[in-house]
Write a new protein. Structure first.
Lengths: 642, 247, 211
């Protein structure tokens, strides 16, 4: 697969000046819409996760006419509900030296210098308001005996800035946003369409003016028109088939937008989470994350010798290799996700893995139980232990957990400017669906923060600025609507007409395996070229052999899946191409060819300190636009967690 | 552990208008490590290839948190395993040769959409009636300006863990949504932030629940027994009290 | 439900205490029965208070039945399609599932009971007999089936109250979660005492302690 290099892009929207003042400046410069006009302006929001739910609720509160969509039966079920660990905020309630600046610094560094300083600084600033907002909504964060909010340190941070609600932080935050959303639905400012899947964007006169959706119950193809469209459709980790994402997570919304002109930023940046329950068999439909907080008290180890098949308790202390503590003495079991994941892969590749297929390492709580007592451990992690036991049938109080890395989060996504607007005017992208704030690696507990920052605080300002000019947008051309509907209809007809002999899931599984093997934790020129050979072949086979039973005019889950898999194929190719072109290693993107002598990721700042924004090209050769990244505040250094 | 062969009796219903019926399927070589939904995935893959329509069922997270999955398994919502969602139910709890009956949630306020999929938007409307605290974004005071007693915070959390799955309704002999409604009323009613709207919330939500066509509660406790999150019955007492005092 | 139930419970408490007067001998019991009819005299005519009690009681029974029926009908409407698999009860306590059936038995019992001991049409002592004699003859050993029927009904009533009382607290939202656990135990003890109290008299008669 080839590509060409196009014009560089720059994000002109971030104001100049000291980084601390940029967001204030931008807010002040943003044009306001008068309340009477707001009622006439329509905004479509795709997705009801933390990003979309909070955005729709807030836009509704502001008085816009909002139409919101999700594919589940209720907005409360968006995948954000599954987030366990917590949400970061620079509140410094602990007085342990945290500050907005430090959160900013940690995030830029954690992202391995592949994110924008302006955006990250704003994120750290707004983080403070998120906690206030959530608490006021009744989100039951963990509290201390004094009645004040409790925090913990999380995912490699050296300060305690993560707010949490047991192991269900995402659920509680999402329910807060969902309740705010339902309140607006009752007030009539938001119209909700559940069980509707967005299948295309309507672009007219160079602006995003609506969407084409399928009513998943009746199969009806509907069009909805608006003055601005917001995509908050989440991440695309399910391109790997097995991931910690919910089964329905897909790339369709953003991929369709990409095909309509929105650039795709850094598609290859994928985060692999180190603590997931290993695969148990071929039928496996998804992977389950065990919260990273477990690494606070659990110790990771494997046997020192290859092929040691004794049960864990028979392996004496001296024959165990606590490899994270050994290699990274100062961070130990708390090294960032990418490092912990790769280290696990390495020991398993050496043949020292444990459990079925040797694909697992131990996460051992014996020490913690000895030190804190079983009750204390149960109090902290009880629900996670229970979940583990339910899935594996093993009791983690008695034998160590087995964990293995799994695809978890995608830092890449549609390219957006400082205003969260894509390259298609009027098309905004928020939450995990955009590429914006995490660079090449996301820190734990920062995705919830970003989704809510975007939805509650950033987008409502910037969309307003855009909509202030809505009078001049012009009419929506009928042929643009028809063209989009035609494309959607056409794809559905094609899927239904193949009538082959394999299910969409079986193709998806195979695609996922290719991605995991060749574009997973470690990538090389050779593996990526191989993937770029295999994917188009499989895609061709898909279109020749896929079997979709039933018809369009009904609830048809086979059809839904087939449509999503078709888009994953196209995305997978772009991911591999992006990974291939970026010959450096950075964050979650590890190129075998670019590593230090100790096997750590080696960046190449001279050649790659840019965002890769890919433009869709119908002829099959994507165009690469580079946005150069500059660091005025955080000096670029090689990450080291030794 | 060796694999199992099972007989499934599954409710099939083409759409809301269809009468629906039980259909029997055999599934072979079921691994005990499979989840219940993975077992159905395997069956569905086979049905699709054979040109049949797969059994429609709702699911998303498959981690027991989104509340989307749910079917009545051998007469018990989410199956007999306690405190478990269908997606977290594993086949190791069944035996080789078992016959398993699978039905959708049955309630007038949860009409069947297709097969095992039901429409639970009535729950959303109950929340719309008052299951929130009214704070527009950006208007909140500093989070530490309002300490909350740990006990209250913990109890509120227990109620807040409801995943909105609807198993309580499916299990209740009266088809009542009391546990779901009470969980939200309790969560918000226990927090200081929730006080200003406490009475009006309880009144509006209970009235909406009745208007949706759910049955009345006679305190039989089936709901809490099947609730995957173990929402306690005391929430219902609290709802009743708030409701009575709101009049 | 809770309110009407409570009215009936109050009556039952009085009733069982009254019944226990049987153990104080014929005189005491007959006086008590007489007192029931004359209480309040001469301020109000004979039987005023008793009639009032009867009216309230009748209203309570009717309202209670009416609510029970409308709840049942609502439940039926809330689940028009039944489950194919036999529902397995997950909650403990069979009492919770016998409320409707139990209530019906109790009402049937009431009909018999009124015919027997109040109007005494089916009582061997006849309408003219003294209350004490009606009891003694009514529960005589050769009429063991009457006693058995009473016993079964009263046990049913106990079960009904065991759940009903706790349920009433729940419905009225009394107390907090911990207190309500105590209430549940209290309801059980109360029901047990009540059943024992009611059964004491017929059995005492049957085995000849009272004659
Ligand atoms: C298991 C797990 C644990 C995590 N834990 C943490 C944590 O502790 N801390 C943290 O910060 N982050 C965590 N994350 C990451 C974080 O949860 C997500 O990145 C974040 O919630 C994404 O939110 P979102 O609003 O962007 O998208 P989502 O919550 O994924 O919402 C997507 C929405 O888009 C809708 N949608 C998607 N496609 C379409 C379509 N085609 N048509 C219509 N609607 C569509 C869906 O219905 C849904 O409503 C975790 C992630 C996982 C998987
Ligand atoms: C036709 C006869 C009866 C029927 C059908 C009946 C039915 C019921 C039912 C279904 C309930 C549960 C309602 C709920 O918990 O909300 C109930 C509760 C109750 N019943 Fe009865 N019952 C009958 C007679 C009686 C009698 C004779 C008494 C007492 C002497 C009684 C006392 C109670 C009490 C105290 C409750 C609890 C009220 C509550 O929970 O709100 N019932 N009854
Ligand atoms: C087994 C124990 C019982 C005995 C021995 C008993 C005895 C009596 C007697 C002797 C009377 C007549 C009193 C009079 O007219 O002077 C009476 C009346 C009555 N009993 Fe009972 N009873 C018993 C149980 C019950 C129960 C369980 C109930 C209710 C569920 C009940 C309800 C009534 C009622 C409603 C009356 C009529 C009161 C009136 O007319 O004012 N009894 N009982
Ligand atoms: S109360 Fe329990 S059973 Fe009912 S919806 Fe909530 S989680 Fe499900
Ligand atoms: S099962 Fe039904 S009767 Fe009440 S206690 Fe639960 S809602
Ligand atoms: S699929 Fe989410 S709870 Fe079961």
């Amino acid at each position: 697969m080839h590509y060409t290099v196009g014009e560089p892009i720059q994000d002109a929207k971030a104001p100049e000046g000291p980084v601390e003042e940029r967001w204030d400046k931008r807010r002040f410069a943003a044009k306001l819409v008068n309340p009477a006009n707001k009622r006439k302006l329509r905004v479509i929001v795709i997705g009801t996760g933390l990003a979309g739910g909070s955005a729709a609720a807030t836009l509704g509160e502001l008085g816009y006419q909002v139409t919101s969509f999700c594919y589940q039966d209720s907005p409360r079920r968006a995948h954000s509900i599954a987030a366990q660990g917590g949400i970061n905020a620079a509140k410094n309630y602990r007085g342990d030296g945290d500050s907005i600046y430090r959160l900013f610094y940690d995030t830029v560094k954690g992202g391995d210098f592949r994110s924008r300083e302006s955006n990250v600084y704003r994120l750290a600033q707004v983080s403070v308001n998120i906690i206030d907002q959530a608490v006021a909504q009744g989100v039951p964060f963990a509290r201390e005996y004094g009645g004040l909010l409790d925090t913990r340190s999380f995912g490699g941070a050296q300060v305690s800035r993560t707010f949490y609600a047991r192991g269900q932080t995402g659920q509680q935050l999402l329910l807060g946003a969902y309740q705010a959303l339902e309140r607006q639905i009752a007030a009539g400012t938001v119209t909700m369409h559940t069980r509707h899947e967005m299948l295309d964007v309507i672009v007219s006169g160079g602006r995003a003016r609506g969407v084409v959706v399928r009513d998943m119950v009746t199969g009806e193809i509907e069009t909805h028109l608006a003055d601005a469209v917001v995509l908050a459709s989440g991440g695309y980790g399910n391109v790997f088939f097995l991931s910690t994402n919910a089964k329905g997570c897909n790339t369709t919304a953003i991929w369709r937008a990409h095909r309509r002109g929105a650039y795709f930023g850094n598609p290859c940046y994928t985060q692999i989470h180190p603590t997931c329950i290993p695969v148990s068999g071929e039928y496996q439909s998804k992977l389950t994350l065990m919260s990273e907080s477990l690494r606070n008290d659990g110790r990771v180890w494997v046997p020192k010798t290859k092929g040691d098949s004794r049960p864990a308790h028979e392996i004496p202390e001296v024959e165990r290799d606590y490899y994270l503590e050994r290699i990274y003495p100062s961070f130990g079991n708390l090294v960032p996700r990418d490092i912990a994941s790769r280290a696990a892969k390495n020991v398993c590749d050496e043949g020292r893995g444990v459990g079925p297929g040797g694909l697992g390492v131990y996460l051992d709580f014996a020490d913690a139980i000895r030190r804190l007592g079983r009750d204390a451990v149960e109090k902290k992690y009880g629900n996670l232990f229970e979940m583990y036991e339910r899935i594996t049938g093993e009791n983690p109080y008695e034998q160590p957990m087995r964990i293995y890395p799994a695809v978890h989060y995608t830092m890449g996504g549609l390219w957006v400017d400082y205003d969260l607007q894509s390259t298609v005017p009027g098309l905004f992208v928020i939450g995990e669906a955009n590429f914006s704030d995490h660079g090449a690696n996301r820190l734990g507990a920062s995705a919830l923060m970003q989704g809510l920052a975007d939805g509650y605080f950033v987008l409502p300002t910037t969309v307003g600025d855009y909509l202030a000019g809505a009078g001049d947008f012009g009419d929506i051309a009928q042929e643009d609507i028809e063209e989009a509907v035609g494309q959607v209809q056409d794809k559905i007809d094609r899927l239904l007409s193949v009538q082959g002999d394999r299910t969409a899931d079986s193709f998806h599984r195979e695609l996922g395996k290719i991605m995991w093997d060749y574009c997973g934790m470690e990538r090389s020129e050779e593996s990526l070229r191989k993937a770029l050979e295999l994917i188009p072949e499989l895609k061709k086979e898909f279109w020749a052999r896929v079997k979709v039973s039933g018809v369009n005019e009904e609830l048809n889950q086979a059809l839904e899946r087939a449509g999503r898999v078709a888009d994953f194929f196209e995305l997978a190719e772009l991911m591999c191409l992006d990974a291939l072109h970026r010959t450096e290693s950075c964050g979650g993107h590890f190129r075998a060819e670019s590593q230090t002598e100790e096997g750590e990721a080696l960046r190449d700042d001279d050649a790659f300190a840019y965002v890769a924004a890919w433009e869709w090209n119908p002829d099959g050769t994507p165009v690469l636009h580079k946005e150069t990244l500059e660091y005025e505040y955080v000096k670029m250094t090689q990450r080291s967690y030794k | 552990m060796s694999t199992m062969n099972l007989t499934l009796r599954v409710w099939r219903q083409k759409g809301p208008e269809d009468k629906g019926r039980m259909v029997t399927y055999k599934v072979v070589d079921v691994s005990p490590d499979m989840s219940f939904l993975e077992m159905l995935d395997v069956l569905n893959d086979r049905l699709i290839v054979e040109g049949d329509e797969p059994i429609a069922f709702d699911h998303d997270c498959r981690e027991g948190i989104c509340g989307m999955c749910g079917m009545v398994i051998n007469g018990v919502p989410h199956g007999e395993q306690r405190a478990t969602t269908t997606c977290q139910l594993h086949m190791r709890h069944f035996n080789d040769g078992d016959t398993i009956t699978i039905e959708p949630w049955r309630a007038a306020a949860f009409p069947v959409v297709k097969d095992l999929v039901v429409d639970r938007t009535s729950f959303d409307r109950i929340i719309q009636a008052g299951g929130f605290i009214s704070v527009p974004a950006g208007s909140a005071p500093d989070a530490h300006s309002l300490p909350v007693q740990k006990d209250a915070a913990d109890a509120a959390f227990d109620a807040a863990t409801c995943i909105g799955c609807g198993a309580c309704v499916a299990a209740c002999p009266n088809g009542s949504a009391s546990l779901f409604t009470a969980a939200k009323i309790t969560h918000l009613g226990l927090l200081p932030q929730g006080q200003p709207e406490r009475d009006s919330r309880a009144k509006a939500m209970v009235e909406q629940m009745d208007a949706e066509g759910f049955g009345g509660c006679t305190n039989t406790g089936e709901c809490t027994a099947v609730c995957p999150k173990g929402i306690p019955l005391s929430t219902i007492a609290r709802m009743n009290r708030d409701y009575l005092s709101a009049k | 439900m809770a309110v009407t139930g409570a009215v009936m419970v109050l009556f039952l408490v009085g009733h069982v205490l009254g019944n226990l007067k049987m153990f104080s001998g014929p005189q005491a019991f007959n006086d008590y029965a007489e007192w029931l009819r004359t209480v309040g005299e001469p301020a109000v005519p004979r039987r005023t208070v008793l009639t009032l009690v009867e009216v309230v009681l009748a209203a309570a029974v009717i309202l209670h039945m009416w609510s029970a029926i409308s709840l049942a009908r609502r439940a039926n409407k809330a689940r028009p399609v039944k489950y194919a698999a036999k529902r397995k009860n997950q909650a403990s306590g069979y009492a919770t599932h016998t409320m409707r059936f139990g209530g019906l038995i109790i009402v049937l019992f009431l009909v018999w009971h009124l015919l027997d001991l109040t109007f005494a049409v089916v009582n061997p002592a006849g309408p003219a007999g003294l209350p004490y004699d009606r009891m003694v003859q009514g529960f005589a050993l050769e009429r063991w089936w009457v006693t058995v029927f009473y016993a079964l009904s009263v046990i049913m009533l106990g079960l009904h109250l065991r759940h009903g009382l706790w349920s009433a607290f729940q419905t009225l939202g009394v107390g907090n979660a911990r207190a309500r656990q105590g209430l549940s135990a209290g309801a059980a003890v109360f029901s047990l005492l009540l059943v024992a109290g009611f059964l004491a008299v017929p059995f005492a008669v049957m085995i000849g302690v009272l004659k």
